[in-house]
Design a protein around this ligand. Structure first.
Ligand code: ASP
Length: 364
């Protein structure tokens, strides 16, 4: 399955009506119509959904203050949808997300998904890096069972906290049979995103996540689930990546391009041990001639250098204004810099040619 660009710059509401492009499915399920309730395991990692503030109307708060049992107890309405079991994997703000938690989480998801009595998994997470964790799991989790991540922009103590309904909707999606085989999904603010497509677009607004390039997988309103299409890109059981025997992931750094950029930060990343460098380029993955020269120098020495974009939507194409073929660079295509970094870290677990690496960006 090759990634497809359905049209550039589809944002906001337009994304909701994006037409089905792969495995068109249109299924609606209302809560409470299940006969035997499925078992859904909740893996909590922290974030604002588990955050607390000193008052209900203050901006300052701390992520990861509420444990999984409190989280479950706060939304008893989920009992209509599924039998829930909770596990605390971590309790951190997702700005502190790290490889240790990633590996632990991925391995636990694989274990749980292999259990006969588990129908689906919900993972609560902070919004800051949920897109990276979702994409990572999407590549290394081996199951067709629903894996649904959710988060909140407002802490649990806030006026109009968004966490409880997001959690309720995530459980509804995880308990829904039609969610199977769609890879890791992210449910926030009534929308169901694919792991490869979503990105955080607002620092504070509840409506922060968009899937600007390829659109939504579906929507969910008070537990009523509607799917529009399958995700873009290979995932889970179709993914060639695995964490078997993996103790650590290689270092890959992301460096943003800007006016008058030189090669100093690129050199520093390589000196610090980066096996790969992703440039969050201007426009179509562009950067100054000095930065291109630095990148080409390291590419020649075997560091994988990927051009992505700091622009929120649009594809970074090969050989547009930069001669990737000649310089030995890789184009990120539909992946934003933070997701390009995730894919590259997994790709670098094996020795690969640039042609192979470019194929991975085409397919995932
Ligand atoms: N800093 C928080 C986190 O990512 C923000 C949030 O969850 O909305 O954990």
């Amino acid at each position: 399955m090759v990634r497809r660009n359905v049209g550039s710059a589809l944002i906001g509401l337009i994304a909701v009506v994006t037409v089905a492009i792969e495995r068109p499915v249109h299924a609606q399920t209302q809560p409470g119509t299940n006969t035997g309730l499925p078992t859904v395991v909740v893996l909590a990692t922290g974030g604002t959904i588990a955050g607390a503030a000193g008052s209900d109307v203050q901006a300052a708060y701390k992520s990861g203050q509420v444990g999984v049992d409190q989280l479950l107890a706060a939304v008893p309405q989920t009992k209509k949808l599924a039998t829930l079991r909770g596990e605390q994997v971590a309790n951190i703000g997702s700005q502190d997300m790290n490889d240790e938690v990633w590996l632990k989480l991925a391995r636990r998801v694989n274990e749980l998904a292999a259990m006969k009595d588990v129908s689906g998994i919900v993972i609560t997470h902070g919004t800051d890096t949920i897109e990276e964790t979702a994409y990572f799991l999407n590549l290394v989790v081996k199951t067709r069972k629903p894996i649904v991540m959710t988060a909140a922009m407002r802490p649990s103590t806030a006026l109009s906290a968004d966490g409880p309904l997001n959690f309720f909707n995530a459980v509804a999606v995880a308990a829904n049979k039609d969610a199977a085989g769609r890879g890791v999904l992210v449910v926030v603010n009534d929308w169901i995103h694919g792991a490869s497509s979503l990105t955080k677009t607002s620092t504070t607004a509840v409506q922060t996540f968009l899937s600007p390039l390829s659109g939504l997988i579906g929507s969910v309103a008070y537990g009523g689930v509607e799917f529009y299409r399958g995700p873009v890109g290979r995932h889970t059981t179709e993914s060639e990546f695995s964490l078997d025997g993996v103790a650590a992931l290689p270092r890959v750094d992301v460096i943003m391009a800007y006016e008058n950029m030189d090669g100093v930060l690129i050199d520093a990343a390589v000196a610090a041990g980066a096996k790969g460098v992703v440039i969050a380029g201007v426009g179509n993955g562009n950067m100054t001639a000095s930065a291109v020269n630095a990148l080409a120098k390291h590419a020649k020495a075997g560091v994988v250098c990927v051009r992505a974009s700091r622009v929120v939507t649009g594809r970074v194409g090969r050989n547009v204004e930069v001669d990737d073929d000649k310089l030995g660079l890789v184009a990120s295509l539909d992946l934003n810099p933070q997701k390009a970094r995730v894919l590259l870290r997994l790709a670098l677990l094996k020795q690969r040619t640039n042609t192979e690496l470019q194929r991975l960006f085409e397919e995932y």
